[in-house]
Design a protein around this ligand. Structure first.
Ligand SMILES: [Zn+2]
Length: 419
């Protein structure tokens, strides 16, 4: 009998960890770090203690208390079995910290699978000094549509669309049918066809675990497409007489590539902070220029020829830049990621102090409530588990669908339906 349990992503956006078990074999889908700035025991100046990071996370519920998953040395004598049992494998949906951030603690004998693009991003982050905490995990790749047999399971990886390249959904074939997991998914990006093809491929699944990020956002915002984001960026560059500052999320490689082309066409050079620039170069992007203070003179002489990606830690640089009403700060889903982050207000304070206008031009990586319903209808699962949402109960499946609002931790939901 196969069961599923949920060790993260319950009542929160992010930190997904879904455990499928059968006959002592385990498939763990995603292994994310809790990412909620401004909330939790570790926030502001309080971080896990260096040298005791995993221990601190385990003891505060930030990492799941599961045996035979972690490196024994990182457990520091906690009463939890470390090392591999030879019957556990991890499958990662995409290279966002709330889905992949705990993989540095995994015992290296436990295989971790992901898409080739996810592996590329993680390698480039590691090489530019931005790797995951705990260690350097080794990722194995599965091609689009590839199926792997692991113990009693067959696991298939499908590409889906999200705001990072290489995003995946999975289908886990168990003795009690297929459990499908969307990872983070959307229909308003550049590749809605991928998300729709995944939904059709797992049609009739025994169970669907679906993200529900936008259910928490009040149904108000119409969904902006990536094409519209490009158009907003283009018109903002054209309309701004002076310097353009921006914050785009570097792992959204397709948007970065598009912004570089748009800026180039308008005679502007984009300057990046060193770690981001190094990461983008390692990802093979061209025309990546790093900011240096040597360029300040030229930026003052020709502000309309520059776009500067501004890191939060570099906000005092605003004092030496030609900012003010003729400049603009374009927020395209970079850091701070949203108003839930205390750094959001800090950024607003600096922009107010320097009289610099702030324009949000981005769009999210998560399907709108309407699109979530469309995906559920396409999959038509027998059991639905809405996850990765503050209000998962707002996802109402068609009549006849068994919907469970997952509880976090040890409760195992049988896929056979004998509850
Ligand atoms: Zn994501």
């Amino acid at each position: 009998m196969a069961t599923v349990s949920f060790w993260g992503g319950v009542g929160v956006i992010g930190s997904s960890k879904i455990l499928v078990e059968q006959e002592g074999w385990r498939v763990l889908l995603d292994f994310g770090l809790d990412f909620s700035p401004g909330r939790g025991l570790f926030r502001g100046p309080v971080a896990p203690r260096p040298g005791h990071v995993l221990r601190d996370r385990l003891r505060t519920g930030g990492a799941p208390w599961l045996p035979h998953l972690y490196r024994p040395d990182a457990l520091e004598g906690l009463d939890l079995a470390g090392g591999s049992d030879g019957r556990t494998a991890l499958f990662i949906t995409h290279a966002h910290i709330d889905h992949i951030g705990l993989t540095g603690w995994v015992d290296p004998r436990i295989p971790i699978y992901c898409s080739p693009d996810t592996q590329r991003i993680m390698d480039a982050l590691e090489q530019s000094g931005q790797g995951v905490e705990g260690g350097t995990p080794r990722f194995h790749t599965l091609a689009d549509g590839e199926t792997l047999t692991f113990g009693p399971f067959q696991i298939t990886r499908y590409p889906v669309d999200h705001d990072v390249i290489g995003a995946s959904g999975y289908a886990v074939q168990t003795d009690d049918g297929i459990l499908a997991f969307t990872g983070d998914i959307r229909l308003h990006g550049r590749h809605p066809d991928l998300s729709l093809a995944f939904a059709r491929a797992v049609h009739g699944a025994r169970a669907l675990v679906i993200e529900g990020t936008t259910l928490s956002q009040g149904f108000q915002q119409p969904t902006v497409t990536e094409v519209e984001v490009d158009r907003r960026f283009q018109s903002a560059l054209a309309a701004t007489p002076g310097l353009v500052l921006m914050s785009v999320y570097p792992r959204n490689i397709e948007r970065v590539q598009s912004f570089i082309a748009i800026a180039h066409a308008q005679g502007r050079r984009i300057l990046w902070p060193a770690p981001i620039g190094q990461f983008l170069r390692l990802m093979g992007l061209e025309r990546i220029e790093l900011f240096s203070e040597d360029l300040l003179g030229d930026i003052h002489a020709r502000p309309r020829e520059y776009v500067l990606q501004l890191a939060l830690t570099d906000l005092p640089l605003l004092l030496d830049l030609p900012v003010g009403p003729g400049a603009v700060f374009l927020h395209a889903n970079g850091e701070p990621l949203g108003s839930f982050d205390p750094a959001w207000e800090i950024l607003q304070d600096w922009l107010r102090w320097t009289h610099t206008p702030f324009w949000p031009i981005g769009t999210g990586g998560h399907a709108s409530p309407d699109d979530l319903n469309r995906l559920v209808e396409l999959v038509a699962p027998e059991i639905l588990f809405p996850l990765h949402s503050l209000e998962p109960d707002r996802l109402i499946p068609p009549p006849g669908t068994l919907r469970w609002l997952p509880e976090r931790g040890g409760r195992r939901y049988p896929l056979s339906g004998r509850h």
